[in-house]
Write a protein that binds this ligand. Structure first.
Ligand code: HEM
Length: 227
């Protein structure tokens, strides 16, 4: 009975606007962490096939570890999209007609475009999973099971594939610049004195990651590596 009551209270909190923002911030933080970890993994490409494929097989070594990590990611993605949609619909329902324009001026470009960059990032991630994880024929490059190095090197010989990744990563960057910053606000961790520092750290990490992810396909396309 007490347990049921506690669950009910937790669920009411989660569905409140503050609760939704907290879930959104925490799931966003998990995804941000993956983005940084994924960059470190992909930078192994520059060290050659042995290391990057070793990293891939390490991930696939234990089905339990792989699926636990994937379960956390799937939960994070689903809760992030769910909270974003509910918050957006609530905000729209509460906003009187004609208010949007006045409000837009007070927000940065990245903040205003969250509702577009979010679904576009999702579209990019879906294409990316089809390409590298599921091995669907979405690019002209052949897919070699378990050989991340060959898959990456072959794919970015094609200009349009490199372009899709550059555009996708820039979108992710735009989304993270705003999301990463407002995450601290939602969790109540924002403070006037630390505001500049938080912006610098989140912005800095995002920019470094975006530069790394953009550099990789370009370096292969322009034959600096992967030949
Ligand atoms: C130049 C950019 C990128 C390259 C070359 C790249 C490469 C790869 C490769 C080769 C895999 C398959 C790993 C494996 O199954 O062994 C992978 C998986 C994945 N990537 Fe990327 N990636 C890039 C950018 C991104 C970005 C920007 C995101 C997210 C916004 C992302 C999200 C994912 C996810 C969710 C997986 C699936 C992980 C799993 O299998 O559980 N990637 N990536």
């Amino acid at each position: 009975m007490v347990k049921q009551h506690a669950m009910g209270a937790l669920w009411s909190f989660v569905r409140s606007t503050i609760g939704l923002k907290v879930v959104m911030a925490v799931s966003g933080f998990v995804l941000f962490g993956f983005f940084v970890e994924h960059l470190l993994g992909m930078m192994l490409f520059f060290k050659g096939p042995r290391l990057i494929n070793g990293y891939g097989s390490l991930l696939h070594y234990s089905a339990i570890v792989l699926w636990s990590a994937r379960a956390v990611m799937i939960l994070a993605v689903v809760s992030h999209i769910w909270t974003a949609t509910v918050l957006y619909l609530r905000q729209r329902a509460a906003r009187p007609v004609g208010y949007q324009r006045t409000e837009s001026r007070t927000f940065s470009y990245a903040a205003r475009t969250m509702k577009y960059s979010g679904p576009l990032v999702l579209g990019f991630v879906f294409f990316h999973l089809a390409h590298f994880t599921w091995g669907w024929d979405v690019t002209p490059a052949p897919y070699v099971e378990g050989d991340a190095y060959a898959n990456i090197a072959n794919s970015f010989q094609h200009g349009w594939v490199a372009l899709v990744y550059v555009a996708g990563v820039l979108l992710v960057g735009l989304h993270l610049i705003h999301g990463g910053h407002s995450m601290f606000e939602s969790l109540g961790l924002r403070h006037r004195r630390f505001d500049g520092l938080i912006r610098t750290v989140v912005g800095g990490v995002t920019i470094v990651a975006v530069v790394g992810f953009v550099f990789l396909p370009c370096a292969i396309l322009f034959k600096l590596v992967g030949g």
